[in-house]
Ligand binder design. Structure first.
Ligand code: URA
Length: 245
């Protein structure tokens, strides 16, 4: 059976209007529950079971929402911040109050970020036990070497109790400014930057290009977002079933 919700919250979650507008519309009889006008904003409705209409139009409740965002630099991965613009501020359509970013990218890091209100999916994607892969494209000040590849693969120490899990370092260009792809299977604070620091190099640009097999859509410019497709969501859900608890 579907979850019970207040009628005004049901409609507010579906972005029909502000909470006060919704209350007034309900009191005026513009909202029906199972074909009968319902005048009480606090009336409980059961999602997926009760049929709710506004001015005769069916309003179907969507419990979970999933976006893929290309995070631009200069925006923080938080739901609110006193100083900086947040990734949630970038969402202009279907803005749910319970939306949050799945994990964090540093303020100066760009790229793939999932935004959702599905705590279960987020928990599983972020659980260290799941070892979900995250791939980053990075520009590095200095020549990245095969020795660095070996160090990353052997599990580099970044000053924590345990060394990092083995990470894959793929050199795209080795020069004064090198270009690499790095795959890590955990999400320690500033992890990629600290891994390069441990081999005496500095990350000068960082962008996440994939997470759990979900790739950043090349059509999304920094700051752009879209909903996850059904297939993308299915694949993410498969990960959470397959990987060990
Ligand atoms: N590693 C970092 O150093 N920063 C990020 O934003 C993500 C991974």
């Amino acid at each position: 059976m579907g979850k019970l919700l207040r009628l005004d919250k049901y409609l507010s979650d579906m972005n029909i209007g502000s909470r006060s507008e919704i209350k007034s519309w309900i009191r005026k009889g513009r909202v029906c529950k199972n074909s009968l006008p319902c005048y009480k904003p606090e009336e409980k409705v059961r999602i997926n079971d009760d049929e709710i209409t506004f001015d005769g139009q069916r309003i179907i409740y969507e419990e979970f929402i999933y976006f893929i965002l290309n995070k631009p630099a200069g925006v923080v991965s938080a739901t609110e911040d006193k100083r900086d613009k947040t990734v949630i501020d970038l969402i202009e359509t279907v803005k749910r109050k319970d939306l949050f970013p799945v994990g964090r990218l540093d303020k100066d890091t760009e790229g793939l970020l999932i935004l959702t209100n599905d705590g279960d999916l987020a928990h599983r994607l972020l659980s260290p036990k799941k070892e979900v892969d995250k791939v980053y494209y990075a520009k590095i000040n200095g020549r990245v070497t095969d020795g660095d590849v070996a160090s990353f693969l052997s599990g580099i120490s970044i000053g924590e109790d345990k060394p990092c899990l083995p990470a894959k370092l793929n050199i795209l260009k080795s020069d004064e400014i090198s270009e690499v792809n790095v795959t890590i299977y955990e999400g320690k604070y500033h992890q990629v930057k600290r891994m390069f620091e441990a081999v005496g190099k500095e990350v000068i640009y960082l962008k996440r290009i994939s997470m759990g097999g979900l790739s950043l859509d090349p059509l999304l410019k920094p700051g752009d977002y879209r909903r996850l497709t059904i297939d993308e969501l299915k694949n993410l859900n498969n990960i959470r079933l397959q990987k060990k608890e």
